[in-house]
Design a protein. Structure first.
Length: 434
């Protein structure tokens, strides 16, 4: 058995009463509320992310290897914690609680950036911030998945990712304006980021439904779609660790997690892409925080239509096509002339890659993982991918330090081509196998 392209049709039942579509987007209201929380939180986090590479490399004088290490910590810690967050959310059957703890921890870390004056202190704060992200990611995605019929998972995650990316679009723009207006630009960015993060936590606490209802409660509605997700299945016993580990026996889950890890090993982090683009085209430091806007804008425009396309033609096809687009972006960075159009082309391809992969990956799990273990299943796949990207950041930083940015990127591109070929074989459509 391999990962199927199409999810199984939703099972009828009382839990589906909470899957009422929104009036405009065609998704459950809870998806829109969670999208709003992610939008606000991403404004906060992307303000920091947009200036962090330049702050570390140009202001603090980090080497590419040193930056790669911190960037790996920034991404790797959340990967390790995802498993804990996903399992605990399933165990206590309260996804909102675990997501709230994660959002709250990240908000608390933002003002600590103002006090981090050494590499160790900065690494600790970033690790705690990513711990919060790890705790919240699987429970949040589980709430989205469990509130949505299986055949519309791609659209639901596309809507959420589009709202999330709106924050990613506004965050760098806010950081850019603050850097231009404030004397102590970086400190001001970190301070404003902390305030915005607190607002995101408040929206989650006040507007995301968290009451548990019985599975047969006729009062379940779109305004309380997390009820069925949090409750699980009536009087089900708390999920044990061995039940979550047993998910690895599912062939399709193993295939998805393995391919996500394989492709993650050759996916260069966003920060390195922006640094490579700056060095290749000579973009001034003051414009550097705007580079993520290009990626975010394309991601925002395409997240919903590409998610809906994945529901129709198959998630495997869209997922692999996204990595082919990323490979094209690497090729442009390596060999295309440094024309004024190069940054726009590379950033556009980078955004298409995220639109074709970021929401499609969790959407593929709808027909694979049981409802009461959904957060754990999402955490297993997310962790495999994030740990691989953690290793990629370390390896890419070391390769850049030893051989330069060109050979480092060429090695990643060659690896991505090989890994995508392998993934294309492993993730065959279900109807090709017997």
């Amino acid at each position: 058995m391999y990962l199927t392209d199409r999810s199984a049709p939703p099972k009828p039942g009382a839990a589906d009463q909470g899957r009422r579509r929104g009036p405009v987007t065609g998704v459950a209201p809870v998806v829109l509320v969670l999208g709003t929380v992610s939008l606000i939180t991403d404004i906060s986090s992307e303000m920091v992310t947009a200036v962090l590479p330049l702050y570390l490399v140009s202001t603090l004088g980090f080497s590419p290897l040193g930056f790669g290490t911190l960037d790996g910590v920034y991404n790797g810690v959340s990967a390790l914690v995802q498993l804990t967050g996903g399992h605990l959310a399933d165990r206590v059957r309260n996804h909102k609680l675990m997501a709230g703890l994660g959002y709250g921890l990240s908000a608390l870390c933002k003002p600590l950036l103002l006090l981090a004056g050494s590499v160790g202190a900065l690494g600790t704060v970033l690790a705690l911030d990513r711990t919060g992200k790890g705790l919240r990611t699987a429970p949040r995605d589980a709430m989205i998945s469990l509130s949505t019929p299986a055949e519309r998972q791609g659209r639901a995650f596309g809507v959420h990712r589009a709202m999330d990316t709106t924050g990613a679009l506004l965050g760098p723009l806010t950081a850019f304006l603050i850097l231009r207006a404030a004397a102590d630009g970086y400190d001001a960015v970190f301070g404003v980021s902390a305030c915005v993060a607190v607002l995101g936590v408040l929206v989650l606490v006040l507007f995301v439904p968290g009451r548990r209802r019985a599975a047969g409660d006729p009062g379940a509605s779109g305004a309380s779609t997390t009820a069925a997700a949090d409750e699980g299945a009536g009087g089900r016993q708390p999920v044990r660790v061995r039940e979550a580990v047993a998910l690895l026996r599912l062939p399709r889950l193993r295939a998805l997690a393995g391919c996500a890890a394989l492709l993650g090993l050759t996916t260069v982090s966003d920060a390195f892409v922006y640094l490579l683009l700056q060095r290749r085209t000579g973009i001034a430091d003051e414009w550097f925080p705007l580079l993520p806007l290009g990626t975010a804008a394309v991601f925002l425009l395409l997240a919903v239509p590409v998610g809906a396309l994945a529901d129709r033609i198959g998630r495997r096809t869209v997922f692999l096509a996204g990595h082919a687009v990323l490979l094209t972006g690497y090729a442009l960075l390596l060999w295309a002339p440094a024309t004024p159009a190069l940054p726009f082309l590379v950033l556009a391809l980078h955004g298409v890659f995220y639109a074709a992969t970021d929401g499609v990956l969790p959407a593929a799990l709808a027909g694979v993982v049981p409802d009461h273990l959904r957060a754990s299943g999402l955490a297993i796949v997310g962790t495999s991918q994030a740990l691989a990207r953690f290793c990629c950041s370390l390896a890419f930083g070391a390769a850049w330090t030893m051989w330069g940015p060109g050979p480092a990127l060429a090695g990643s591109a060659a690896g991505l081509l090989c890994c995508a070929t392998v993934a294309g074989v492993v993730l065959r459509p279900a109807d090709e196998t017997r």
